[in-house]
Design a protein around this ligand. Sequence first.
Ligand SMILES: [Zn+2]
Length: 210
Amino acid sequence: MQSGDLEMRLILIGPQGSGKGTQGKLLQHEYGWLPISSGDLIRARIKNDPSFDEKYGISKGNLLPDDIITQMIKERIKEKDCEKGYILDGFPRKIKQAEVLDTMIKVDYALLIDVPDKESIKRLSARWQCKGCNKIYGLNEAPPKVCPCGGEVYQREDDKPAAIKKRLELYHKETEPILGYYEKQGKLLKVNGKGTVEEVFEKIKKVLGK
Ligand SMILES: [Zn+2]
């Protein structure tokens, strides 16, 4: 398949809690572009092969080496379900990765969903998840102790306040500089991430010219 045939190669950028995952799903539903989350790819890989985690110490908070994650993305975007287009979430997360990505594909747009730190922290620390079906709770109402599926509802280690602060620091230091990188190429789009999911989605469609 020629990558030139795709409708959209979009990169979503935003701090944790900016709603990238949710907006990616809405874009998929509306346009058929596949959201690819580097975090999901890595979690799926570990599920199939626990030695992958032991080798790279991912659950201890280490990041995958650039060449490994780049290779995983490279293979994933060749699959059939990406034929209409795709949305990368969590990659590239630093300038070096953005440069390598430019040698692999022609990025159409990088879209920033901008949310202040205070709001990210508020949203993430309210986020709880079901161990059974992975449903996310707590965004609009208090989470139940047990999910209707029977699974335990818990707060992920990486959604606890100290971990959130660390991730936001890393975002400002390593990921934010790639905004300038795409701006220079005339590919940067920005939306304010405040408001309801629907309101933000309307803003995204508008900047994409849809
Ligand atoms: Zn559940």
